[in-house]
Design a protein. Sequence first.
Lengths: 114, 110
Amino acid sequence: DGGITQSPKYLFRKEGQNVTLSCEQNLNHDAMYWYRQDPGQGLRLIYYSQIVNDFQKGDIAEGYSVSREKKESFPLTVTSAQKNPTAFYLCASRTGPAKNEKLFFGSGTQLSVL
Amino acid sequence: GEDVEQSLFLSVREGDSSVINCTYTDSSSTYLYWYKQEPGAGLQLLTYIFSNMDMKQDQRLTVLLNKKDKHLSLRIADTQTGDSAIYFCATGGGGNKLTFGTGTQLKVEL
């Protein structure tokens, strides 16, 4: 089955530690996105990538980093510079930057601070 | 930047209709979307409407768009307990990214 796989489902971070969230898709989609979800705040865009080896900052990129070395993979690293990392992180993809390209979402990763 | 507003909570009785409202600021939005999120899961696309349409119906779902007032609504007929979820309105069409609302938590009571 085609889809987007996020792992792990739950992740805990110690103070000063970097952690990496995995996102893999087998939909052959060009564009991939990372969103952060906090209660009552909806989804906020962290980073996005429209093509391999290229990515852009979203609205809240500070304290995060990404890479796009392969079309299928778009890992997100939450660095120690992100002082409030506890949130639900959602990865999404779509076929390309056309007018109506629907977003497909993974099942999310809940990150908590120890 | 673009802004999308929704009320945070809605409670309805099973069998009644639910109406979830959304207002947005980006008049250049080409498509407007409704997503559903069940607890601990990702977002699932429910339906969408092109900006030159006033209404779209899809089984129990009816989307109404008032482009002049920049107001979008989602009506769910005969609401069931399985419809309990968070519903997100999103605007887009610029080719890069969607702007999501804060989400409306729908609670269906027996």
